[in-house]
Write a protein that binds this ligand. Structure first.
Ligand SMILES: Nc1ncnc2c1ncn2[C@@H]1O[C@H](COP(=O)(O)OP(=O)(O)OP(=O)(O)O)[C@@H](O)[C@H]1O
Ligand SMILES: [Mg+2]
Length: 385
């Protein structure tokens, strides 16, 4: 695909279309992102996008499923159904907003909600029953994208680098794309076509900051990082956090909530002699994300001139300023400034991966995931029987 970037939502009424829907419910559990994309355009056109709310009870049930606990299979079964129905609601709302009939959609790519990611043990689990999405919408649905890569010996993650490469790789400039979701992942896009695209999860993105803000501010996030910006970094806590072996592990690597979570932070805080104030902890968590991303880019040996930041963390002004401080002289740019709609990149990526699956084209990059070969990703649930 020779596309540059999806643009902001815009419905201009084209005659030839190749519509796909992407559904993403990321590790932050902040809502279900749904996008409608037309791949007949170059670059692909983002027709419509919305974030469908995740009810608080279901959000808590899903968060609880990310940790081992009693009665897991029963709880997972119920959450799988409830989320599958919500995904179908999100698609129907998206179609209502555009007046595009379901019959014109080639397929839905649904990532699902990760409730366990254990690449070391060779398994990963996403819920949000795709049978229900296909049954309710009558649109062919592609889901379970990660496990085929694992079956080929890969981490099953990250999967977005192939899409970042298709969209943002340029022979003129070496770039890194940084997705700041619950976790953070980078894609290195060398200008030199001889060099392979690489990428991996760097560690926590927003997840620890969100959890601390929820606990101490009673809010789901630290708006623009303003609270973190008003604190000071607690150096002892920061170095305990940075001692985590994940940061030194060489790629391929991927991580999730089962590793970086509130218990992980509590354990690191327990190692410090003095308890920093709540605001200083937030400043430290923001610094942890910035330093671990910057170190990862350095360790990967990238001479990139530009870092394009996408994902919800692109709205965190303090985090961006800390990234700039650590990455100078690299240009750190919210991807919106390059026309790449920061809030929707992941959902568009899964629409794109569904398209690759239907065309029987591989969706993983073995250099990124560590798989033994490039494989077609996803299971296909036909829209009509
Ligand atoms: N205005 C804002 N200020 C600070 N942080 C923000 C703001 N808006 C969004 N965020 C952060 O972005 C997060 C959501 O980002 P996003 O949806 O990209 O993550 P995600 O759902 O975990 O996705 P994924 O796991 O696929 O990367 C929020 O939980 C919050 O931490
Ligand atoms: Mg999200």
């Amino acid at each position: 695909m020779n596309a540059d970037r999806p643009t902001e939502p815009d419905n201009k009424g084209f005659t030839d279309h190749e519509y796909f829907v992407g559904l993403m419910s990321g590790t932050s559990l902040d809502g279900i992102d749904a996008v409608l994309v037309d791949f007949a355009d170059d670059p692909p056109r983002l027709i419509e996008a919305l974030t469908h709310p995740l009810p608080n009870t279901l959000r808590q049930q899903l968060a609880a499923l990310c940790q081992p606990g009693a009665d897991e299979i029963e709880r997972m079964g119920r959450a799988d159904i409830a989320l599958g129905e919500l995904f179908a609601d999100a698609v129907q709302q998206l179609l209502r907003q555009t007046d595009i009939p379901a019959a014109e959609i080639h397929a839905i790519g649904s990532h699902g909600q990760t409730i366990r990611h254990r690449p070391g043990a060779g398994f990963t689990l996403q819920v949000g029953d795709a049978n229900r999405i296909a049954q309710r919408t009558r649109i062919t649905t592609v889901a379970d994208f990660r496990r085929r890569d694992m079956a080929a010996g890969g981490q099953g993650a990250p999967l977005v680098p192939a899409f970042h490469a298709a969209l943002s790789r340029s022979p003129d400039i070496t770039r890194v794309v940084l997705n700041l979701g619950g976790m953070a992942n980078i894609t290195l896009l060398p200008a030199n076509p001889e060099q392979p695209v690489s990428g991996f999860d760097t560690g926590p993105g927003n997840v620890l900051m969100d959890s601390w803000a929820r606990q101490h501010l009673g809010r789901p996030l630290d708006e623009n990082g303003a609270w973190a910006a008003s604190g000071s970094v607690a150096e002892a806590l920061l170095s305990h956090c940075l001692c985590d072996g994940y940061f030194r592990q060489p790629p391929p690597k991927s991580t999730g909530r089962e590793h970086f979570n509130a218990d992980w932070l509590a354990a690191r805080m327990g190692e410090s002699k003095h308890s920093p104030s709540a605001v200083d902890v937030q400043a430290t968590l923001c610094e942890l994300t910035a330093i671990s991303v910057a170190e990862a880019i350095r360790q990967a040996g990238s001479d990139a001139a530009e870092l394009l930041v996408c994902g919800g963390g692109a709205h965190n002004a303090h985090l961006l300023s800390r990234l700039r401080a650590h990455l100078e002289p690299m240009d750190v740019i919210p991807s919106n400034e390059r026309g790449l709609a920061a809030d929707w990149v992941e959902a568009v990526a899964f629409a794109w991966l569904a398209r690759e699956a239907l065309a029987a084209r591989p969706g993983n990059l073995p250099a990124v995931t560590g798989a033994s070969e490039a494989v077609v990703l996803g299971a296909i649930y036909p829209g009509r029987s």
